[in-house]
Design a binder for this molecule. Sequence first.
Ligand SMILES: *Cc1c(COP(=O)(O)O)cnc(C)c1O
Length: 460
Amino acid sequence: MTLLSDESTKSQSYELLYLAVEKAIRYVDSVRQRRVSPASSALAALSRFHEPFPSGSCNPTEVLKQLDALGSPATAATTGGRYFGFVNGGMVPAALAASWMAAAWNQNAALRVMSPVAAELEDVVLQWICEALGLPADCEGGLVTCATMANFTALVAARHALLERAGWNVNEDGMFGAPPIDVVVGAEVHASIRKALSMAGFGRKRVTVVDADSQGRMRSDRLPPLTERTIVCIQAGNVNTGAFDPAEEICAVAKEQRAWIHVDGAFGLWARVSPKYAPLARGFENADSWATDAHKWPNAGYDCGVVLVRNGDALRASLGVAAAYLEPGARREPMYHTPEASRRARGAELWATLKSLGRAGLCELVERSCAHAQRFAIGLRDAGFEVLNDVVINQVLVSFGSPEVTREVIQRVQEEGTCWCGGTNWQGKTAMRVSVSSWATTAADVENSLEAIVRIARDS
Ligand SMILES: *Cc1c(COP(=O)(O)O)cnc(C)c1O
């Protein structure tokens, strides 16, 4: 690639960047109006990406034009306000703009010396998140790709701490022959915890599963005996119902026994910013580690997972690669807090998101999504359909009758394109899940989506 050595290459490069901005703005402009799932013609056109690896170079302008022409129409319109799939958040304007800025920087956030600004912004956002979520101010943490990685990172820190207590250095001696660690999860544990447990050497099955109630909350009266070699994984926000495990009760028992409590709070933990919803998420501050996503409820854009650990030594001991971090007075080095070394500066979007929203904006975003979820629940019930969960935050589960009918409605809703909702299985019942997680969703989006869902369901 040519450097910006002469005027003509320079103006070509500018042209390319302006073109990218123009295309991106056109996308942002149109995404609210367009169908949420891509049209079948757009999906079919994706085959045009497939060609033998080009033997020669291609003008970057042409590259970008192809990316836009084939790519933009084949996106799921997750930023448009009518996407209610999984728990996918949108992206607040400040996050999008900051991601453009940060892309221009192309910083490696591994070490402070590689990117002073990336390291500084991580310091700031980690502290802000502790404040926003009401977690201990002296937690240490890292920014990772997603909550799965955040869960993994926290479990690795827990593993280190508990085995160290038993006189075992897991970094040096590994998991073979190590003193056993008991892992306790609820029956409705998120699949990512099981995956993280397997990656961390605990095994998906070698866990004690505690019964859950009708909303998916772990039953604290069914906890097995805990010891100082137990990790208990609790949940703030069940991915189907939005329900919270009874953290106060569980943490009280666990603390007495010196067990390690880990919280999977991928989206639900953010309810703690709202005075109205915080009482649901009481007690989670008493845990030892937390995983959450800024790309879900805070709408910081992908990819942005956050891990926080009360005992920073355990985190650094498991993930530090050298003794350099032990230097007294040395400042936090990002890569001693995450599995990754080289990483993009995702703190830039996260900082921009939190700075632009502030506590009031974040609280409003959470409360507005919950209000939209309530409206969905009322609208669906009024139309005669069964809402399967207590709608406590932003998640609604609805059944349209038999599993076959419900599945058909989900498929037709997705194909029709007004909105997008996914399917799930809730305690043996087939359901459609409506997850309101985007800042962009308006009351009109909710009404239009409800109208489409009810129309399709009545016709199925
Ligand atoms: C979404 C989610 C996860 C996984 O998040 P990723 O960012 O996709 O890895 C884990 N736990 C819960 C409760 C979730 O909702």
